[in-house]
Write a protein that binds this ligand. Sequence first.
Ligand code: NAP
Ligand code: GDP
Length: 310
Amino acid sequence: MEKILVTGGRGLVGAAINKIVGSDSSYHFTNSSETDLYEYKSCRELFQKYQPTKVIHLAANVGGLFKNMNQKVDMLEKNIIINYNVIKCSHEFGVKKFIGCLSTCIFPDETVYPINEDTLHNGPPHSSNYAYAYAKRMLEIQCRLYREQYGDNFMCIIPTNIYGPHDNFNLNDSHVIPGLIHKCYLAKKEEKDFLVFGTGRPLRQFIYSDDLAKFIIWLLDNLEYNESLIVSPDPAEETSIGKIAELIANEFNYLDKLRYDTSKSDGQYRKTADNSKLKKMYGDLDLTNIEDGIKKTVKWFKNNYNTCRK
Ligand code: NAP
Ligand code: GDP
């Protein structure tokens, strides 16, 4: 019987996979309360205990633009360590399928759009997130080396910006959607302006966590495939931060109070990703549209305000 270990099992993507697989007992969702994956010994004990045949490795030091700009040493070191430990144990315990998570924000800053899987290492990343980006690029390298030297089936997916229930809604560290949902919630409660950072002009592709979870589960069964794969909506679905802010403000009926703080960074202007490889393999992606995804996420945040990560 397969035994599937999911690291980062109660995070944004982990929780979405958990919701889909339900009570399937072949899955074990681990979290930092069970095991500190920064410690090699603890990581090894976890593998010893569960003897996984497949690993979905989601655990990471994750955050939005401002966390990436302010905590560069942690973004580099913690991600390098956690990936090193989990991959090394996956090899040692004979894992036959490993899926790691990169991100479209780790591609070269100066590039030709839309970016595709082949251009990952062709130039330095954007200055705002180069610590996280270099750590994640090493994850791709490490997987590739295990494939080349040992024939291990270790691969990486490259998702665009992810959002949904169980995200991190912290005001300082989070990604833009959960950060703005929390900000708008507080602004309305305190009758203040809803402050969006930057100009609102940058463009992003957003994928709802349940949709990403569906592709990860599908890939897990595809033992043959072992190259990096971009998982994103179509380039035409690129959405401005301003549009995202308006959709969120609308959910709270607070559009009148939306303001921009242009003293704050915009980060990378765009990182348009090409999903044609995924579409060729999977067919029709059937993704949640951004309006519905934001509606569901705001509803979840309001219903879980007291207990959610924030
Ligand atoms: P997330 O919600 O922050 O979940 C990551 C989880 O990692 C956390 O829940 C945390 O577990 C766990 N973790 C961190 N340090 C750990 C440690 N030392 N030991 C054990 N567990 C630890 O992140 P996500 O958004 O689901 O991201 C999943 C993957 O996708 C990550 O690899 C991320 O880099 C990548 N990615 C994310 C985005 C995005 O927009 N969110 C975009 C592209 C790629 P606890 O909660 O138990 O502490
Ligand atoms: P990125 O896609 O990796 O750059 O990360 P984010 O999800 O943090 O998105 C950053 C973009 O959203 C930048 O253009 C920011 O200026 C803009 N933004 C606006 N308000 C906020 C906010 O409150 N938090 C974050 N993280 N970004 C914001």
